[in-house]
Design a protein. Sequence first.
Lengths: 476, 476
Amino acid sequence: MAKENQFVEQIADIESDFPQWYTDVVLKTKLVDYGPVKGTMVIRPYGYAIWENIQKELDARFKQQGVQNAYFPLLIPMSFFTKEAEHVEGFAPEVAVVTHAGGEELAEPLAIRPTSETIIGTMMGKWVQSYRDLPMKVNQWCNVMRWEKTTRPFLRTSEFLWQEGHTAHSTAEEAQTETLAMLEIYKQFMENCLAIPVLTGRKTEKEKFAGAVATYTMEAMMHDGKSLQSGTSHYMGQNFAKAFEIDFLGQEGVLEHAYTTSWGVSTRLIGAVIMTHGDARGLVLPPVVAPTQVVIVPIAARKPGVNEACEELRAELAAAGVRVVLDNSDNSPGWKFNEWEMKGVPLRIEMGPRDIEAGKMLFARRDTLEKSEVSRENAAASVQAILAQIQGNMLEKARAHRDSRIVYADDMAGILAGVEGGNFVKAGWCGCRDCEDKIKAETAATARVFAEGESAEKCAVCGKEAKHVIIYARAY
Amino acid sequence: MAKENQFVEQIADIESDFPQWYTDVVLKTKLVDYGPVKGTMVIRPYGYAIWENIQKELDARFKQQGVQNAYFPLLIPMSFFTKEAEHVEGFAPEVAVVTHAGGEELAEPLAIRPTSETIIGTMMGKWVQSYRDLPMKVNQWCNVMRWEKTTRPFLRTSEFLWQEGHTAHSTAEEAQTETLAMLEIYKQFMENCLAIPVLTGRKTEKEKFAGAVATYTMEAMMHDGKSLQSGTSHYMGQNFAKAFEIDFLGQEGVLEHAYTTSWGVSTRLIGAVIMTHGDARGLVLPPVVAPTQVVIVPIAARKPGVNEACEELRAELAAAGVRVVLDNSDNSPGWKFNEWEMKGVPLRIEMGPRDIEAGKMLFARRDTLEKSEVSRENAAASVQAILAQIQGNMLEKARAHRDSRIVYADDMAGILAGVEGGNFVKAGWCGCRDCEDKIKAETAATARVFAEGESAEKCAVCGKEAKHVIIYARAY
């Protein structure tokens, strides 16, 4: 109880004020800070280390898929955006524009990339000549900018970091297969690395990417029952190939337009981790991406041999590839427990004179808050095993939370009640835009994703025959 | 001779037209392409893979030094630049400015970072409270923009990628030590990873970074005898700490300004690799950073068993961590030899029916163009050994080239003759700005770096007593 109180002074209550809890946690754990320009963030070392682990995991998977990294310019001529009609309509309102450089006014204003389809399309148009050049698969890790009115660190900021993959193919089938293959890679990554279960599938016309034929999404449920769009994979058909002349000479000697895809995830994923796993005490980080996987806290550190034994354990774990920190600062053990719990370190190991004498150590799991006594022998193996358990348990816990909050509704009142209760709501839809708009207007929920393979009798709005089942939710 | 001719059709002669050779090589090996906006470049996968290897090597060294990665915003309020007088003077002329965003004119124009001292200084001012918060060491890998009139891929472009490290310390001594420690890390990296020997030391007042107390540089000699500034490490004293209020409460309870440093290298290093090691046939890449270290070319590939044996070798090398490609395309072996030589792959392995029968393979080194027959057994160990030899030989070759082109001069005519002959020229300097300006005006050479510990009798320009020896060179 004392510990609980100590925490309460630090961060807002997660159940009664989730938005303030979020702000408190991201600032106090030093994940992020506000930048001097409104709507910008500084990603501090503790937050950036999570991003580096995300990058490492995803990058290896992309390369396995035959994707190569490259880098395209930040500044894009404004005229490029007008070449694809839906694209310019979608992005023009939130673009930041460079009008002066080198002390002079520019002849043509330049946009800071909100996404790079137009410039990568232009370059692919130059590079692709024949079917032998296809498929072409490139990815870049970079910053992008979208001027947003309401911002929140990681979730929505004017500048953010992301990766954007872009591929070109000789057939529609191959491009569609690639679109879905990337979605599957993302899904596996979300579940195995971030311990976040996701619902995947297609977006409605209203919600799809500006210029895409079809957008596929991953939707994750946060602690408060809202949805976070965690990544998307777009099938562009020939829309961008036509606009940017990505043409190739086919095997029969005929010039054809290529079929393209794009797909991306961003630093928003850090927000997903915080809001999926966090609890009353602060962050709970999945071991795969936690900057520090294990913290060792010496007990009665001034007693002879304690610090030495803890340092020996630290070295042993570090040599085995565990990301481990020994906290031998002057603070009390209780203070350290709170601090490292707030920072979400998956495993704490306590070791004092009696443990050392008995050849033991104490494990304290962050996910369940359970403690257990473990033999000091084979410490690295025990640590690796419990980290794997924690990783698996976090996924199952998040899945159980999500699955317990998927409800069905037959009408608008049911949808409203469902989302107000913090649920994802499945409901029938006739397929018309009017009904989709009405739901948003009356419930503040949006169509997150098609529930493929499911069926319903009637549209929850108009009562006409339902063509699809949609998962509705309020979203970040 | 036939091979020589085939090459001549592709790229300009390295001796008679080095600038055109450079342009041909970077474009034809697909390292880079021109972006649509003047002065911008697209780093293509083959070029970006070199950058990834550079990042991996440097990043590990930075972390070893206690530096943590972070990310700071791209856009900086113009007013920040005016806080440090020399800094604004140095960077204002080449800044790109955002004036509009989200469809509206901004209240204050925003600069795209040309470097981040001002914004990182602002954040450090917020984060640093007491001596316990110091030293603070952060680094970011990011894009920066400097609007340049004359541009060349990798060497000088309006946007480039780099890393910028920024540290704050409680004493001048500690900050100076850090400045030099980072310079030494860079130097070791240049020699051990890029096989480029560098001269390190201090820059003159005229050539130092805008706002620094002292700038330390690494100067490398390119194939044509010109110098390339390959990286810098700056000691800022309290200049930025005063401007951005990086103040800390010292151990005696007195508020003091911190002492800061910054240091960076950029994608320019790829240009350094190209221009240091390249030869008449194209690129020659050091094994440590080569995207492909080994290419296997099957001879008489249609004969039974050849492709299988080559694939077996490829798998064996890949499993041992070698970056290896098996070229089983339809092109002739001769065509493949030229292509992979132009791309600078350090080692080619040829394997045909007779080699397979004899349990042999043929090694062809890119650096010396020597061939040798090697036993197929323990292939991975033989390959690792020859790659290490190539790496070492490339450094020694570059060092011998550089050392043979360092000359001394007593007067302006000597300096002019020296730099026109493609040399670094050591000469005495009285220390006055006028003499330094005159050398630049009359020889197009600049003071690259102080030759510390050396002495001369008189200044090569005015004939007065020399206080220093300077290394002059024409530079990129």
